[in-house]
Design a protein around this ligand. Sequence first.
Ligand SMILES: C[S@@+](CC[C@H](N)C(=O)[O-])C[C@H]1O[C@@H](n2cnc3c(N)ncnc32)[C@H](O)[C@@H]1O
Length: 213
Amino acid sequence: MESKAEQPILQPTDSTPKNILKSYSETTVSKETNREFDEDDILLDLSKYDFPPLTIVNSNERGRCVFTNSFIKQGTVVNISPVLIFNKEEYLKYGKFTCLDSYTYKWQNPTNKFEKENCNSWMALALGLGSLFNHEPLEKANLGFMRNFYKQSIIYTATRDIEPNEELCICYGPNIWFENKKLNESKIDLLIESTNNKDEKSNEPDFLAFFNL
Ligand SMILES: C[S@@+](CC[C@H](N)C(=O)[O-])C[C@H]1O[C@@H](n2cnc3c(N)ncnc32)[C@H](O)[C@@H]1O
């Protein structure tokens, strides 16, 4: 049994700089609300972040896209999305056959006190902008992301300096391409790494997101 697991699980394919991750895990009590919380119960204190202004644009080719209005320096935390977690049964029986399949991230149980509450965590939907970042291959994507299984959220950071009016994109994984929007409505599971779960999930390819035409 681990003692107090404050550090998120690092995944090799998540590309958020470690210094950002450190501050992410050091969630503190909000001074403004002046309420006392058990440190473990605080999932996310958004008042600690000064997110850059972003715009959502609709495009024919990619659907909604997220653009930055301003210059973003490498390493900046661009967004943090809390997630909605699906257990294995509800995802494989229901979620997988809905539009959620184009949006969900692989998820896993943390090994702290939340484990019981989120027993059988399987996939997660990023709430907010996290679900709207489009895909670019790793060398072109300008955002990295890091899942925090303890804090039930995903942090997105700039992996390079980003100019005003650039689209913000993450890499869903290798071997992904989009030929036209119609095809994209078919099954894609966002992301990425194989998890530590040793069951049929680990028999799937590491990168679920691909078009099986
Ligand atoms: C997580 S959503 C991203 C937000 C999406 N554009 C929307 O409007 O909901 C993933 C979907 O966005 C579209 N998409 C993402 N990256 C794309 C790309 N590089 N080219 C074309 N479509 C893309 C595909 O339809 C994909 O199924």
